[in-house]
Design a binder for this molecule. Structure first.
Ligand code: COA
Ligand code: MG
Length: 328
């Protein structure tokens, strides 16, 4: 290990993050009754400009009236380039009560964006004497944000997670695609001819680079990386494939833009039972090995060493948190 250690943010179950437009308060109760780990009440892109003030009122009322149980509750505010942003923050902190856990800042481009919101929250929290500090999550969804991601990830003690927003990112990079988080038939590689002259087309993942970049910036700063939306909610197989890839990369969860995606995310971002068992076996075998003074041992014909302990601990710790918070 480096002499510099990375302090992990406080753990929070974030396998699924269900978005609910602030203009549909009837859905708040439904979301609360469902299995999402985090509910994100939206003031930004799911709310049309004339409806922003009403959505804000609905959310403030919902934060007080709805029983959200053990779920984490987030509100996505409007971006710093809009005149709704400051009012979103002030009203939420002054009137929203203690139930609000997180504020999500969209379209973050620089560390100063986070600083500005942190400053507003800090003043409003102090003014109302709020007991529990509101934490932050930010969306990386522009080329500016991706270029400045290391500074953004280190920008505030309130920051817990980085989220990847594919649609706005694609627009910002002027990518030629209109899907949200899915694949594109133009983004492929063509293999060389085989012995019989046959060639194959392999679909590739056009989100791989920004997502990997985000995972590494998040983890290097002790934050959770979370994969964003998959717009085609009538394609569970597509969601499944995208989510499995990002789970392997290190993401802890994914957005759900329809309730049907919540169960998929909960399942995919829970480590599979066989992986948990293997991780537990590795820890047990290494414990035995180190007691005998061995740094590397064999488990089922495969090498395991001290690095295997660290890999296995990631899976076992994640599973412990899931068991504690869901009772399963
Ligand atoms: N939260 C909680 N419940 C929801 C929901 C949500 N986001 N979206 C739909 N539901 C409920 C519906 O009320 C319906 O309940 P019912 O069976 O009791 O009638 C059920 O789930 C099925 O909904 P469905 O009819 O398939 O969806 P819809 O046409 O009402 O809404 C969307 C579809 C996509 C408009 C809606 O899911 C939505 O607004 N999602 C969030 C969008 C968002 O916030 N985007 C911003 C982030 S990218
Ligand atoms: Mg966006």
């Amino acid at each position: 290990m480096s002499f510099t250690t990375v302090e992990r943010t406080s753990p929070r179950l974030n396998r699924s993050q269900l978005f609910v437009p602030g203009v549909r308060p009837a859905l708040f109760e439904k979301a609360a009754a469902g299995p999402a780990d985090v509910i994100c009440l939206d003031l930004e892109d799911a709310v049309a400009p004339p409806d922003k003030p009403q959505a804000r009122k609905n959310i403030i009322e919902g934060l007080k009236a709805v029983n959200f149980g053990k779920k984490s509750i987030s509100v996505r505010i409007n971006g710093l380039d809009t005149h709704w942003c400051y009012r979103d923050v002030i009203d939420l902190v002054e009137q929203g009560g203690e139930r609000l856990d997180l504020i999500m800042i969209p379209k973050v481009g620089t560390a100063a964006d986070v600083y500005a919101i942190d400053m507003l929250i800090s003043q409003a929290e102090a003014a109302v004497g709020r007991k529990k500090p509101i934490k932050l999550e930010v969306i990386i969804e522009s080329v500016l944000g991706l270029n400045n991601i290391d500074a953004i990830a280190a920008s505030s003690k309130r920051l817990e997670s980085l989220h990847f927003g594919s649609a706005d990112f694609a627009a910002s990079a002027r990518m030629r695609t209109t899907n949200i988080g899915g694949v594109n038939s133009e983004y492929v590689v063509l293999t060389d001819k085989d012995a019989n002259g046959r060639r194959e087309t392999h679909w590739a993942d056009l989100w791989h680079y920004p997502l990997s970049r985000m995972v590494h910036a998040a983890r290097a700063n002790g934050l959770r990386p979370i994969d964003g939306p998959f717009g085609d909610y009538s394609d569970p197989d597509g969601y499944n494939a995208q989510a499995r890839r990002t789970a392997v990369l290190g993401c802890e969860g994914k957005w759900a833009i329809h309730p049907s995606q919540v169960a998929l995310a909960n399942e995919i971002y829970t480590p599979p039972a066989d992986e948990v068992k293997r991780a537990e076996d590795i820890l047990a075998a290494m414990k035995e090995g180190t007691a005998k003074g061995m740094g590397a041992v064999s488990l089922n014909g495969k090498l395991i060493d001290l690095a295997s302990i660290r890999q296995a601990e990631v899976i076992v710790q994640q599973m412990q948190m899931i068991r504690e918070q869901t009772g399963n």
